[in-house]
Design a protein around this ligand. Structure first.
Ligand SMILES: *Cc1c(COP(=O)(O)O)cnc(C)c1O
Length: 355
């Protein structure tokens, strides 16, 4: 018996990807992530709400979609080393794909701001981690210059191969739903993802695989909301570290996605983001990292402001897995377990209120 296994985004969608012909796929079989229906959010809004759960990718975030293409092209072009700036997930992903490809991964991260899980991934996959006394934007500038002056391939989303891989998430959504949704919500940091989704939706509409393109609504943290403010933020600050970015590299593409789709950028407080993270975990069983909950927080905020979504079809991308940053997830919980009993069934039953 042969069982079909998802082959990863390059082999599944190669004919739709603008990468050099014959590029060998460096893959961990990323993509093919589930669209999970959100009973909680559908009930709350009267809409049909789907979660695109990108934490199910091999390294736990959507970054793997773009990393398979960026790393494959780098290998095809003969690279021996690669570099990225990262708030955590890009470095985790790059290090894993570099390990698979046999390249040397060099990671630039802002000092003291990386979630423990992501740091563990970068290190275990063999990344050489260099901490920079500065923020993500400083790291990205350095990564760009390193790749210009030294023989290392830059795999941040300024590398066009990244968006080629990332646009496959939009293809998967349309392939599953049979058309594009009416609305798409997602967090926005460096803005590569919203740009890639818009590219994917636009290409599928052009090919006649969908009859429409969704309204794109991007969400940023209040302390790191350059696209909402219309100006870069010098010292971005938020607990949602994956979107702690003050000067998005894909600024123009993101603005085009917003304008062409009739969408918007909205800022959310950290409290709103963290509350959405907790509720999503307890009501839908989907544990995401803080930044990943921004799209859900955005929907909750719009509903609270009186917006009517009844009858609409909405997809929310939840970008990365909750296990990457358990420290932030548990911050609001105080003492975690306050009941301790002897190894006695009756005592446990009494403590649980069953007896
Ligand atoms: C990278 C990342 C984002 C932000 O995506 P951009 O493409 O930088 O806008 C959001 N959430 C998670 C979990 C990420 O890793």
């Amino acid at each position: 018996m042969t069982v079909h296994q998802w082959r990863g985004v390059i082999e599944e969608y190669r004919h739709l990807l603008d990468i050099p012909e014959g590029t060998p796929a460096v893959t961990l079989r990323e993509g093919g992530t589930p669209l999970v229906d959100s009973g909680w959010l559908s009930g709350l809004t009267g809409a049909e709400v789907w979660l695109k759960v990108e934490g199910n990718n091999p390294t736990g975030s959507f970054k793997d979609r773009g990393m398979t293409t960026a790393m494959s092209v780098a290998v095809h072009e003969g690279a021996k080393a690669c570099v990225c700036a990262s708030t955590g997930n890009t470095s985790a992903s790059m290090a894993a794909y570099a390990a698979k490809a046999g390249l040397k991964p060099l990671v630039l991260v802002p000092e003291g701001k990386i979630a423990a899980g992501k740091m563990a991934q970068a290190i275990l996959h063999g990344g050489q981690v260099i901490m920079v006394r500065g923020n993500f934007d400083d790291c990205l500038r350095m990564a760009r210059e390193l790749s210009e002056k030294y023989p290392v391939a830059l795999v941040n989303s300024v590398n066009p191969a990244r968006l080629q891989g990332q646009k496959t998430a939009a293809f998967e959504i349309v392939d599953f739903l049979g058309d594009a949704p009416e609305l798409h919500f997602l967090p926005v940091g460096n803005a590569g993802n919203i740009s890639a989704y818009w590219m994917g939706y636009s290409e599928y509409a052009k090919l006649g695989k969908s009859t429409r393109r969704p309204v794109m609504r991007g969400f940023q943290a209040e302390g790191a909301a350059p696209l909402v403010n219309g100006a870069p933020v010098a010292d971005p600050e938020t607990k949602a570290t994956a979107i702690r970015i003050g000067n998005p590299a894909s600024w123009d593409l993101a603005v085009a996605a917003k304008e062409e789709s009739g969408g918007s950028f909205t800022a959310l407080s950290d409290d709103e983001i963290l509350a959405a993270q907790t509720q999503l975990a307890s009501k839908d069983g989907v544990f995401v990292e803080p930044a990943s909950a921004a799209g859900v927080a955005g929907l909750l905020k719009a509903v609270a402001a009186g917006e009517d979504f009844s009858g609409k079809q909405i997809v929310i991308t939840v970008t990365g897995h909750g296990l990457k940053d358990t420290a932030t997830a548990l911050e609001g919980f105080g003492q975690l377990v306050d009941v301790v009993v002897d190894a006695d069934v009756d005592e446990a039953a009494r403590a649980a209120g069953l007896a």
